[in-house]
Design a protein around this ligand. Structure first.
Ligand SMILES: Cc1ncc(C[n+]2csc(CCOP(=O)(O)OP(=O)(O)O)c2C)c(N)n1
Ligand SMILES: [Mg+2]
Length: 347
């Protein structure tokens, strides 16, 4: 296991001792300080980097020592994702992990000796979170407290609309180019260019519910230039559109995960080279042959009109959805696109 360890002057000697023992039994140890006995070295300076490393997964678990261990545990638990416990006994070292998913063990350098400390560390590292319903429920409530605090913090320093939009657009772009780079094939240029347009359509124009991708009155999005599929995988991932299977049963999981994007253009991936209807939820029609999407979108608009004429009643529109099709100049060069456009104009 990769263990991060941090102490202030209250546990400097103990830290050296624990580090040596952890290495002897085969763990990797990352030392977050302190390195010198200096009375001004205090726990937050070492603990916060340790806690952030645990929260980000850079290290698997953390061990923290200060004079009593109290300050270390109070401070570490302020970092989102950290569940630190002040532990003096064998039972709590195990149960803290099993029941509360404790990920940082805090000890008092002045209250436990090296032998007890080593027993506690070993017990802490050997324990696993039980994932029992009761404990999952409990941690769910704790996590929701943490999210509320995040919300308050971000309300204090809100990003402007323009900053949020730019960050979102850049995220679509970087996800798309990273995936193409990883796959060593695909089209990075079109997602780069179209990210602002598609962001605007999905964020400000379209009427849809990511939680319910088969809501009958949703607006439909068609990517006619299907070779830019990474654009669609990025947007389906970032909007957290949920998946349904081929029988239209809700699966309770995202349609395109980050792992799917990591496997862009690989066999059986949910992020294939071109959008395929019935394979990835959120894809409204298969596209790839240039012009096909714009042509299909005319048919989809016809279907909307038919539904509206048959089922809408005065003052009670069940179907008033719209179709948004994005296409490139290659789509425009294909007869099928302009022929469908002519038909649409004459109906
Ligand atoms: C009918 C058809 N012919 C050829 C292709 C192969 N093809 C895929 S992308 C592409 C170029 C598309 O150019 P453009 O529409 O300008 O899109 P860009 O990638 O430049 O944004 C071609 C010819 C295709 N997908 N469909
Ligand atoms: Mg072009």
């Amino acid at each position: 296991m990769r263990i991060g360890i941090a102490t202030d002057h209250g546990g400097f000697g103990l830290k050296e001792d624990l580090m040596a023992k952890l290495k002897t039994v085969g763990h990797q140890v990352v030392d977050f300080g302190a390195y010198n006995l200096n009375a001004r070295d205090d726990y937050p300076d070492f603990l916060i980097p340790l806690a952030e490393a645990v929260a980000s997964g850079e290290v698997d678990r953390g061990v923290a020592v200060c004079g009593s261990g109290v300050g270390a545990s109070v401070c570490a638990s302020k970092v989102p994702g950290i569940r630190a416990g002040l532990i003096h006994d064998h039972f709590s070292a195990r149960q803290g992990v099993e029941d509360d998913h404790m990920n940082i063990l805090c000890m008092g350098g002045r209250t436990v000796g090296p032998a007890v400390a080593w027993d506690l560390v070993q017990t802490f590292l050997a324990a696993e979170y039980s994932q029992a319903d009761r404990h999952l429920r409990r941690l769910g409530k704790v996590a929701s407290l943490e999210r509320q605090r995040f919300k308050t913090q971000s309300e204090e320093r809100p990003m402007s609309d323009q900053q949020t939009a730019q960050l979102s657009i850049n995220t679509i772009r970087t996800l798309s180019i990273d995936a193409v780079q990883q796959a060593k094939s695909g089209h990075p240029g079109t997602p780069m260019a179209l990210a602002p347009l598609v962001y605007t359509i999905w964020n400000r124009v379209m009427n849809f519910d990511p939680q319910d991708p088969i809501w009958p009155n949703r607006d439909r999005f068609v990517l006619s230039n299907g070779h830019a599929s990474m654009l669609l995988w990025s947007i389906l991932h970032l909007t957290q559109v949920q998946a349904v299977n081929a029988e239209y049963e809700r699966l309770g999981q995202p349609s395109v995960t980050l792992d799917d994007i990591r496997r862009f253009r690989q066999l059986d991936s949910k992020a294939p080279g071109h959008p395929e209807y019935h394979w990835v939820s959120g894809v409204e029609t298969t596209t790839g042959p240039l012009g096909q999407g714009v042509a299909t979108s005319v048919g989809m608009a016809l279907a909307q009109k038919w539904l509206a004429n048959n089922y809408n009643r005065p003052g009670f529109d069940i179907f008033d959805y719209k179709i948004y099709a994005v296409c490139g100049d290659g789509c425009m060069m294909e007869g099928v696109g302009s022929e469908a456009a002519s038909l649409a104009a004459h109906l």
